[in-house]
Structures are given as C-alpha cells and as structure tokens.
Write a protein that binds this ligand. Structure first.
Ligand code: GLC
Length: 434
C-alpha cells in the first residue's frame, strides 16, 4: 500500500514552522521569560535558581563528577588545572536500564535501588578507596528547587523517569545515604547542578563570553546567566545562572501528534516543549505519523532518534538501510517511494525541533541584551542530538540567522562535549575555593 499523497502533505505541514511563526514563538518565549523574572508563577517555565554564577576559569584541584540525567550515569575523576585547562583522570559509566536485565527508572524501581546503583558506580570510579576524601559535584538533570548549592529537591521526574520515592526528596541526601550504605562516606557531595548549568560552567571555564548553556539530547533545556539576581549563597560571578526548565515552556501550539503523544505519556500536560524538541520523543512522533499513513492510527512503533538519524543518513542503494529499519520496527516492507517519504518526515521533525531550540536561544539573547546591543557571545550546547543528529546543527544556525538578521554574526553555538561532567567538577571547585 502506498501512502496517500494528500495525507502525507498534510502531515508534513503539521511539522513545518515558517519564519513568521518562529518569530512568534521566540517572542512568546521571551515574554514568558520576562513574566517569570517578575513572578515565577506567571511563567510556564520553572526558572530555577542554581546558586552559581560564572567561574573564574582558574578553579583548581581534583574532584569527582557525577553525571546523572539520562539513561547513562557517568562518574569521572577530573583534575582542574586553572587557565581553562583540565584532565579527565578516570571515567566510568553504566546505563540505568538494560532491557531484560534491570531497570532503575521504571515505576517498580525504588530510590534506594537507583541511588545504590549510582553509589556502586562511584565506588568503581574511586577503585573502592574508602580513605581518601573526595569532593563530588553532582549533575542532577531534573527540575529541582534549591536554596543553596547542595540541596536540590526533585520537583517532578521528566524524560519518562518514574522511579518511586525520589520526587520531593533532596537528591544529594539520597546519594549520601547510598554512599553510607556502601561504606564510602569519604565521598562528599558538595554541589548539585542541572546539566544545562554544568554545560555553561564548563564552556565558560574555557571560553569567555558564554552566557547561555543548553542540552539537546534525550531531554532539552536551557539556562542562562541572569545579571540581576544576587544572593549571598551564590558562588561565582556575574549574577546567578537560572535553569529555565524550558522543556516545560507551553505557550506555543503543539500539533495533533504532539497532543496525542502527550496524552499517553508518563506526565501528560508537562514538558510540552521538550516533547516537541528532544531526542526522547522525535522517534515517537515519527512512529505516530507513519502509523497514520499506514492506516494503523494509534499503533506505536519503537522508533528512536538513532533510527531517524540512520535513515536520514542512508546512502545505500535503494535506501536499503532505512527499509530494513522500518521492516524491523514497523513490521512491514515499505515501497521505495514510501521509504523516501518517511525520510522526508523524519527530516521535517528534526528541522522543526532545531528551529524551536533556536527560537528559545534567540529569545534569551534578546532578553539579555534588553534595549542595548547584542554583544558577541557563544551559546554552549551539549547532547547527542546537537552533536550527531543530521540537520540539527545547521538548522539551528539557519533559524538563528532568520530571527537575528544582522545580529546573527554576533552569536554562535558551540559544542561543549562532556560539559555535564566537567561543569560538576567546576561547581565543586567553586564551592571548595570559597
Ligand atoms: C529535562 C529536565 C532538565 C534537563 C533536561 C536535559 O528537561 O527536566 O532538568 O536539563 O531534561 O537533560
């Protein structure tokens, strides 16, 4: 059965955002930001205080960095040498879920199990050494409220995490308890931060003029340095970094696929922007569109963003790779013309995602500039979608140029690979140096 041409066109249009609409989205994002600065309850974003500003770039010492925010947990031992230099001395990592073996992120898993697993990994990073004192920076990449650099309390799980007993708790306390159970009390968590904040710290440590940090991966979120916020508990300089939790931005129009996916998700009504942008969801949206084209509306296929990337990059004769992926995931051998259409749809979903991310970056650049000039600056981004997804980076650049016009030359995006780990070490150093 070949796809219906009209239906295909209509679905493509659902996933297309022209310049005018994008301008509207960027303006609405900026307005939501301004509302939130006035009174956070007026914004759809959580705009969480991080209790750090920018590092000096001269932070030094050896620290542990725990990066916990996606399906892979990583622990690194990092030596900061100052002058923007550092060395990763050791790095270990493990997934929180291995299908058929274990799953620490599902509803049946408990906080104790999850943090026990993480403490075990920390133990591996320090080779079971329970004597040396290690200060640890903890990148905990979920919306959390805090009133100092240590006590981030999880508001709500995102990214389809569902482990019991963590929402409402201070993540570092759960970690400390788990370390204690392992006899590793020599590991002392001193700072907790969102991954976007970690990316900004990491980029700013190496590259001056970086004020915005973003993650474009399983999840999507952005933070920026807000110069007007000062607090006695805040480390670093230049004001305070605000973790926008803009995955929760809601003042935009989701299409019918976005709405339908949201209704069946772990947290309906939450993270609407993230569900349109991040890697966790792109494959799901594509799958829903394919189901409709195949007359199987409502059916879910396990398509992932990695599948999308492989299909978009398929350069085999007759798109054999994409055909095989679709055969495996959709359970049908599609005609070549339909495979081509699926690739067009996948591309449209990626392009939409990149354009939305770009609109949010531009909104923050505008906000920081106020009535003044847009200064030369970098937006630091980390994450698999930004790094590896075809079409993502180039469409961010293109969309930023559409929105910023002549000012586009002032702003670029830079990849800050592994910033989540490095930023955690920098935060720990900022605390210990004070
Ligand atoms: C989700 C989390 C947020 C995190 C982002 C990227 O949006 O809520 O805290 O920064 O994913 O990992």
């Amino acid at each position: 059965m070949a796809f219906n041409e009209e239906q295909f066109k209509e679905i493509m249009a659902e996933f297309t955002i022209d310049t005018e609409r994008l301008q509207g989205i960027a303006a609405s994002f900026r307005q939501d930001l301004q509302l939130g600065l006035r009174d956070v309850s007026l914004s759809s974003m959580r705009m969480l205080k991080s209790y750090v500003g920018l590092p000096s770039g001269n932070e030094k010492g050896e620290y542990l960095a725990l990066d916990f925010g996606g399906t892979n947990v990583r622990v690194s031992k990092i030596r900061l040498d100052g002058g923007g230099k550092y060395e990763i001395l050791k790095r270990v990592g493990r997934p929180l879920i291995v299908p058929g073996e274990y799953d620490y992120i599902c509803k049946d898993a408990t906080a104790e199990q999850m943090f026990g697993f993480i403490a075990e990994l920390i133990d591996e990073a320090i080779d079971g050494d329970h004597d040396t004192k290690y200060y640890l920076g903890h990148t905990f990449s979920f919306p959390s409220t805090q009133d100092n650099i240590y006590n981030a309390r999880l508001i709500i799980w995102t990214k389809e995490f569902a482990t019991q007993g963590v929402e409402g708790k201070v993540a570092n306390d759960l970690l400390v308890e788990a370390l204690k159970r392992r006899g590793a009390e020599n590991v002392v968590p001193v700072a907790v931060l969102n991954d976007t904040v970690a990316v900004l710290l990491s980029a700013a440590y190496k590259t001056p003029d970086t004020f915005i940090g973003s993650i474009y991966a399983t999840g999507h979120n952005t933070c920026y340095l807000e110069p007007s916020i000062h607090d006695a508990n805040c480390f670093g300089s230049g004001g305070m970094i605000l973790n926008l939790e803009c995955g929760n931005f809601m003042k935009l129009m989701p299409n019918r696929f976005d709405r339908e996916y949201d209704e069946g998700s772990e947290k309906p009504g939450e993270q609407r922007f993230e569900k349109m942008v991040s890697g966790r969801y792109m494959g799901e949206l594509l799958g829903m569109a394919i189901a409709e084209l195949l007359g199987e509306k409502g059916k879910r296929y396990a398509l992932t963003s990695v599948d999308m990337s492989m299909m978009i990059l398929d350069d085999t004769e007759n798109l054999q790779r994409a055909t095989d992926i679709l055969m495996a995931k959709v359970g049908r051998e599609l005609e070549l013309d339909d495979v081509k259409k699926v690739i067009k749809l996948a591309s449209a979903i990626v392009v939409r995602s990149a354009r939305l991310a770009a609109a949010s970056f531009v909104a923050i650049v505008w906000q920081r500039a106020g009535h003044g000039k847009i200064v030369r600056q970098h937006v630091a981004v980390d994450g698999s979608v930004y790094e590896k997804m075809p079409l993502a980076k180039e469409n961010i650049v293109k969309a930023m140029a559409e929105l910023l016009g002549d000012d586009a030359a002032q702003v670029d995006t830079i990849l800050d690979n592994g910033g989540s780990g490095l930023g955690a070490a920098i935060a720990a150093a900022m605390v210990k140096a004070d």
